[in-house]
Design a protein around this ligand. Structure first.
Ligand SMILES: [Zn+2]
Length: 690
């Protein structure tokens, strides 16, 4: 819940899943061995279908039921589907690169191969991790031990935050919401060990069980740090009481969607009134921050409440809280007892996963998250042909032209607002594949033979220092929020940019040997989705330059809200797990992007020769193939815990509803499959925005 996490609108939950697994408080998160995979993948695989189900009854079952029947969750996984299959393929490519680098004994110090090989080797070396014990995190634990009053406690909090420990009060940089060309200081939200503030308060047996298990988990990690059982249990009770107070000060997720409410530039001089116990000057200098006179508080009342807790909660409780968060946030790089405890709670209790992924999987993902552009560069040179970039570029341009024309036809929008909308659309920055300029990692050292947790600290501190150094500087619009192998995409309103990493430009999303119907239904819908984010409930409030500015006439804004409410109501009714509904307000941006994106992709597809040919392939018309390709992307299975956690905490609806909820609004779908009014896949009161 740090500031950066609130900014970017991604396509899928995959990146967030990685965040859940590693608890990394940063923005990022996530072949059949060689050759281009596209060459071997059929455009549509009929084995994935379930012909016993009528397409107009349940299109998700029709299009993916065969796949669901023939797949079970792989060991170590809480979900598995189209995204995950491709991510695994990409991870195999990374694995090969890293194994090769790890074998090079004499790579020049500081070279890419040395950094990658050294980091990956340290992660894989479980004996060395055991042997090092907690020594690598001793500087963090010593900082906690040194806290004796509120001022020294805040210095400790800064030290921990700089090392990637989520202690609830963190200084960072971000684009000024109303002047996106400038980076400003920002303080966001954080400090919770459970996945969401609601987990501290929700009624019902399921949440009671989670809270009891969380108590055990907190106590276990404190015991792992050396506390005896009685002390650890008492501390866990106090830590959870403190976190519950922090949770109380944290707004509900659906209430964090209004960018005006989150824009609170505050003079530093005023902080003494808002939060009088924090010695702000020394707190900021503990981060090594350059001088600044204004800081954005995402939620000012959160800072006030946190400040009160600093003064009113016994310091020993704070120290237990901070020690627990060190153990929790570093559990993946500490001895097995820490790692097992972290896995047991975060993956086991919360998500229902029974066994860990093998070390190479975890270490490959961890190296991708840590040495982002260093590994990304190697990945792109191995796995991303220039032809894929050129084809993706062409699709993006076609979609953009189609959306331009579509805006002109909207019955509910006035000419003034339309004029502004097309200006914004034309100003999109389009990033495809990988950054034009790779980040410079020359100042980051990953010495050979260092214990893994020391490498993790080094990377986190290096990232934090770069983030802090951006305060007061001009925004570098060339930066990327995802690594090249990531199977995902995003829209960033502050840059008015759409971004498609190389990792998603492969089947089932993009298939060089497939017909246009399949590519427009899959990657075309992804491209349209990200474009529509520029015009969803949040994105529409930013202008062509990425600044928060109202460019809508009041009546057009009102018409938009009425249409968005249709989506909210539709998704509120979905119940992915008995007793847990989708949260329409929370998922509206994603659902609007799905509907708008698929609609625009369909209109762009109608302009292709295949659509005009009306020629069937394998018994399906071009239009039917378009919708089948869309549904294929969202094939997935998941544990009950995972589906519930997504419904409660994620801005993306569960995969099934991204198909059912979207298609049932589309007359184009009804026509393609000759569905009758009254069929389940035809909503009586259709939602339509773009
Ligand atoms: Zn999205």
């Amino acid at each position: 819940m740090h500031p950066a996490r609130l900014v970017v609108r991604a396509l899928g939950v995959a990146a967030l899943t990685a965040l859940i697994a590693t608890s990394l408080p940063s923005l990022t998160n996530a072949a059949r061995a060689a050759g281009t995979p596209s060459a071997n993948v059929p455009a549509l695989d009929k084995a994935n279908f379930d012909p016993t189900c009528k397409p107009c009854d349940d299109f998700y079952q029709f299009a993916t039921g065969g796949w669901t029947k023939s797949h079970t969750l792989p060991p170590g996984r809480a979900r598995w589907g189209g995204f995950d299959e491709l991510a695994q393929h990409n991870r195999d490519v990374l694995h090969t690169i890293l194994e090769d680098d790890a074998k090079i004994a004499n790579a020049p110090a500081g070279s890419d191969a040395q950094k990658l090989g050294s980091y990956y080797r340290a992660c894989m070396d479980t004996d060395a991790i055991e042997k090092a014990g907690t020594t690598p995190v001793a500087p963090l634990l010593d900082a906690v031990a040194a806290a004796h009053d509120v001022p020294s406690l805040t210095t400790t909090i800064a030290t921990l935050e700089r090392s990637g420990v989520d202690a609830g009060l963190r200084l960072g940089s971000r684009a000024d919401t109303k002047n996106s060309s400038k980076q400003i200081a920002a303080i966001g939200l954080g400090g919770l060990g459970l996945p969401d503030r609601d987990y501290y308060f929700n009624e019902g047996e399921r949440f009671g069980t989670i809270r009891t298990a969380y108590h055990d988990y907190v106590a276990t990690q404190l015991r792992n740090l050396g506390d005896d059982e009685a002390k650890a249990n008492a501390e866990a009770t106090a830590v959870i009481a403190l976190e519950t107070a922090i949770a109380k000060a944290t707004p509900k997720r659906a209430d964090l969607r209004d960018p005006y409410k989150l824009y609170n530039p505050t003079p530093v001089a005023q902080l003494a009134t808002i939060a009088p116990h924090v010695p702000w000057k020394s707190f900021f200098s503990s981060f090594g921050a350059p001088a600044f006179d204004t800081v954005n508080l995402t939620v000012p009342s959160f800072v006030t409440s946190y400040d009160e807790l600093l003064a009113t909660t016994p310091i020993d409780t704070w120290k237990a809280y901070l020690r627990f968060h060190v153990a929790d946030d570093y559990s993946g790089s500490l001895p097995k007892r820490f790692e097992d405890a972290g896995f047991g709670f975060r993956s086991g209790v919360l998500l229902g996963v029974k066994e860990q992924l093998p070390p190479w999987q975890r270490c490959t993902a961890a190296t991708d998250a840590a040495l982002r552009d260093v590994l990304g560069k190697a990945y792109v040179s191995t796995a991303f042909p220039a032809s894929a970039k050129a084809r993706a570029q062409e699709l993006v341009n076609n979609l953009q032209a189609t959306l331009h024309d579509d805006i002109g036809t909207l019955s509910w929008m006035s000419p003034q607002t339309k004029q502004q909308a097309v200006v914004k659309l034309a100003a999109f920055t389009k990033k495809i594949g990988y950054p034009d300029r790779w980040e410079d990692y020359s100042t980051l050292q990953i010495p050979n033979g260092a214990p893994y947790a020391s490498d993790v600290i080094a990377v986190r501190r290096w990232n934090d220092a770069r983030n802090i150094a951006r305060i007061g500087t001009a925004t570098d619009r060339g930066r990327w929020g995802m690594t090249p192998p990531t199977v995902n995409a995003y829209y960033n309103p502050s840059n008015n940019e759409i971004v498609f990493p190389a990792g998603i430009l492969e089947p089932p999303f993009f298939n060089a040997t497939a017909d246009d119907a399949v590519n427009y239904g899959a990657i075309g819908a992804v491209i349209g989705h990200e474009m529509t984010h520029g015009f969803d409930d949040q994105g529409r409030q930013f202008d062509a330059q990425g600044n928060l500015r109202d460019w809508w006439t009041p009546s057009d804004a009102a018409a938009f809200k009425t249409r968005a409410q249709c989506i909210v109501d539709e998704f509120d009714a979905f119940e992915p797990v008995a007793g847990t509904h989708e949260n329409g307000r929370l998922v509206q941006g994603e659902a609007i992007a799905d509907l708008g994106g698929l609609t625009i992709a369909y209109k762009a597809f109608e302009r292709t020769a295949e659509a005009k040919s009306h020629k069937s392939i394998d018994g399906y018309t071009p239009e039917q193939r378009f919708f089948l390709a869309y549904a294929q992307v969202w094939r997935s299975i998941g544990t009950e815990g995972m589906i519930r956690q997504i419904a409660l905490t994620n801005e993306h609806p569960w995969d099934k509803y991204r198909v059912l909820g979207t298609l049932s609004n589309m007359p184009e779908f009804q026509a393609a499959f000759h569905c009758a009014a009254g069929d389940k896949m035809v909503r009586a009161a259709r939602c339509q925005i773009w």
